[in-house]
Design a protein around this ligand. Structure first.
Ligand SMILES: [Zn+2]
Length: 226
């Protein structure tokens, strides 16, 4: 955590799946100077089919056409084809992670050091396998509702999801804090949720609240956690 020499507070975001509304989310983050980590499935794209969320279609991006769009943010792994890693034979799960990492490294020109668990599921075997593959952090979907630094980075708990009812309360609390120890506000989600729930105003409002403070470091997950 290099930022801690100059700051005591950091904000970071984490968004999954590489879907088309990522492009709009990137515009918002870029407008406010906020940094995000995008967890991507190298083996999936628009040709593999989409799905529906709240009655609205969700489509994946052809990542090879959008390398530039993600510039300035971190690319992390999310498994090659988004399986539940705990339901695969371990060797198959290892292949899913190794090939995602390798493909993303080739496409984006930098080796991913982090990942988010597809479906949020993991077990001790999966955690050890990620460690062996060189992953430095892995995000779960369990909200901590706090800002404390964590030591078990392969079972990292985000502060909250962007639809959490406590989101703005947590943001107010974070902004008001004058901590002695480093504190991290970590928000995660999927950009298609803003589309489906018709609540893009929520992320605009959050970015507006958090951005432009000289006592806050804005970094990717890698920059903030490692
Ligand atoms: Zn996912």
């Amino acid at each position: 955590m290099n930022w801690t020499t100059h700051y005591k507070k950091a904000v970071t975001f984490s968004y999954d799946d590489g879907v088309t509304p990522d492009l709009k989310l990137l515009e918002i983050f870029n407008k406010y100077g906020i940094k995000c980590t995008f967890n991507l499935n190298y083996g999936l794209g628009p040709s593999k089919g989409g799905w529906e969320y709240m009655g609205k279609p969700v489509n994946r991006l052809d990542l090879s056409e959008h390398v530039k769009a993600y510039e300035g943010h971190e690319i992390a792994a999310h498994a090659l084809t988004h399986p539940d890693l705990t339901k695969l034979p371990l060797e198959e799960a290892r292949r899913e992670m190794a090939e995602d990492k390798e493909g993303l490294a080739k496409l984006f020109g930098k080796c991913p050091v982090g990942m988010a668990y597809p479906f949020g599921t993991f077990n001790d075997e999966v955690v050890s396998m990620l460690d062996e593959l060189g992953f430095k952090y892995a995000r779960t979907v369990w909200s901590s509702h706090n800002f404390d630094a964590q030591s078990d980075l392969l079972r990292f708990r985000p502060t909250c999801h962007h639809d959490d009812e406590k989101l703005f309360e947590l943001a107010e609390e974070f902004l008001a804090m004058e901590p002695e120890e480093p504190k991290i506000f970590y928000i995660w989600g999927h950009s298609y949720e803003f589309e489906g729930n018709d609540n893009w105003d929520r992320i605009e409002k959050l970015c507006q609240m958090l951005a432009g403070r000289d006592d806050i470091f804005y970094g990717t997950n890698e920059e903030v956690l490692l």
